[in-house]
Design a protein around this ligand. Structure first.
Ligand code: ZN
Length: 321
């Protein structure tokens, strides 16, 4: 028995072990946090991070968002504006400078706002994405400056401005300098109005705090993804303050739609055709001749690798691009 235990078994293990490990990295399957279904990473990428089982909208990175919305997944990212980093030399439980550094390493992005220019069904647009994965999508000087510069570029290039937002609110580590970005962004939105350009906001899960109390709610058209939680203070705080049970679905996108706070709830797969329709309508430009809507191309990790979902070829569709 000894030679089996000491020689054969380790040998088999070493032969199987390395290969098996290489082929099954942990992130190949993702568990849906809503229904618990295990989803293969490629299926999830094709579905734009929407659970195929229950329709739960998981979070999505700016690059994945750009790739899903822009024509042929082609876009040009705007450079991140330079702002003073950690102006207050803030230190909470951790040093803010360290938190910034680790978020930058983790996301490979400079700030919680990435903007890009491109086209939707031929309409030139500017899109900014404020993602939750970078310090909770919190509003900092960098985010404020990013919004202002992206809007300035949109005005100069006469492009509609679309904001995909998700945020916990102001970035407390930047104190008053963060709060100052709220009126700055609001004034920038006014520049769009003066130029006669539409400002469309897509609220994604979750959008809270100062951000939801200012520019995230100032859209000419307010869209929300299904199930997104949107509010100012969180439901637990409200329930504790008013000492009452909150209604079913409180602060969810559908509840807000029912109560007139937003204009529409759009499934992630419907966002591209919806935004195409809205931008063409508001810019008073006719769309290319009506045609069957091609399934938007989906990226797996970066926009350089485009996977076109297999759809029956339709004459005049863009699926072959
Ligand atoms: Zn699910």
């Amino acid at each position: 028995m000894n030679w089996i235990a000491n020689f054969v078994r380790p040998r088999i293990k070493s032969l199987m072990g390395s290969g098996a490990r290489a082929e099954t990295p942990e992130n190949l399957w993702k568990k849906c946090s809503s229904c618990g279904e295990m989803i293969f990473h490629r299926d999830l990428a094709v579905a734009q991070n929407v659970c195929p089982q229950c329709g739960f909208h998981m979070r999505i990175t700016p690059v994945e968002r750009f790739a899903a919305i822009f024509d042929s997944s082609v876009f040009e990212e705007l450079p991140y504006p330079e702002v003073p980093s950690d102006p207050l030399k803030f230190r909470g439980e951790k040093r803010y400078a360290d938190e910034l550094k680790s978020s930058r390493t983790k996301t490979a992005r400079n700030e919680a706002l990435t903007a890009a220019r491109g086209t939707i069904e031929g309409m030139p647009v500017m899109i900014a994405v404020q993602p939750f994965d970078f310090l909770g999508g919190s509003l900092s000087m960098g985010v404020g400056e990013g919004i202002v510069t992206a809007i300035e570029a949109a005005v100069a290039e006469k492009r509609p401005f679309i904001l995909f937002v998700s945020s916990g609110g102001a970035r407390m580590q930047e104190g008053i300098l963060s709060l100052m970005q709220l009126p700055r962004a609001t004034i920038a939105v006014d520049m769009l109005h003066e130029a006669g350009l539409p400002y469309i906001v897509v609220l994604t899960d979750p959008t809270y705090g100062g951000v939801s109390a200012s520019y995230a709610m100032l859209g000419d058209i307010q869209i929300a993804e299904p199930g997104a939680q949107i509010g100012f203070a969180g439901p637990r705080v409200i329930a504790q303050t008013i000492r009452e049970r909150l209604p079913e679905g409180f602060q969810r996108a559908e509840y807000l739609l029912e109560h007139g706070m937003i204009d529409m709830v759009a499934h992630r797969h419907e966002l591209r055709p919806t935004l195409a329709k809205l931008t063409h309508l508001t810019m008073k430009r006719s769309r290319p001749r009506a045609r069957p809507v091609a399934v938007p191309p989906v990226v797996t990790a970066t926009a350089t690798r485009v996977v076109v979902p297999s759809a029956p070829p339709v004459a005049g569709s863009t699926a072959a691009e």
